[in-house]
Ligand binder design. Structure first.
Ligand SMILES: [Zn+2]
Ligand SMILES: [Zn+2]
Length: 163
């Protein structure tokens, strides 16, 4: 038995439209109903399809429920961040910069730190700890967008409570 996958359709802001693009054609949408952005089913850079729900065997038996399949952050073929990931990263950086809460060192590393917490890599814990220290100085600025972006490892470290 080999798992095969349907294709996922996502809007440019990261809202999942359907993870069963071929299984349920009626679910397809050209634009997102939540935010009005255009939708996509493949990586704009390399054309790799966004992976959707797994089948058990053959095209008619789903192994998991549609809602369980998450929206990926990076293309599994070329590693490029999807548009929603880029927007979350850029927005988070901007929120931190505008907060006026960063010292010189933090200014220097904040871009890399925010990118690192979106992944489970060796540097994730280091970067999550730095963001936590910034939050402990004052308010947890950008909390929502950071948690949206955070990998499992980062989220564990970053969970509050914060002042
Ligand atoms: Zn949307
Ligand atoms: Zn790609």
């Amino acid at each position: 038995m080999r798992d095969v996958y349907d294709v996922q359709q996502v809007c440019e802001n990261g809202h999942q439209i359907t993870s069963g693009f071929f299984m349920w054609p009626a679910e397809r949408k050209n634009f997102c109903e939540e935010c009005g952005a255009p939708t996509l089913t493949e990586c704009p850079k390399c054309g790799q399809e966004i992976q959707g729900s797994p089948f058990i065997e053959g095209p008619r038996k789903y192994k998991t429920l549609e809602s369980i399949v998450s929206v990926p952050k990076y293309c599994r073929n070329c590693g490029t961040p999807y548009s929603w990931t880029q927007k979350w990263i850029l927005t988070a950086i901007q929120i931190f910069r505008e907060s006026g809460n960063l010292n010189g060192n933090e200014e220097d590393t904040i871009e890399q730190d925010i990118e690192n917490i979106s992944k489970d890599i060796p540097e994730t814990e280091l970067s999550a700890n730095r963001i936590q220290r910034i939050w402990r100085k004052g308010k947890a600025v950008g909390y929502e967008v950071i948690m949206e972006l955070a990998s499992r490892t980062a989220a564990k470290i970053l969970k509050g409570p914060y002042p």
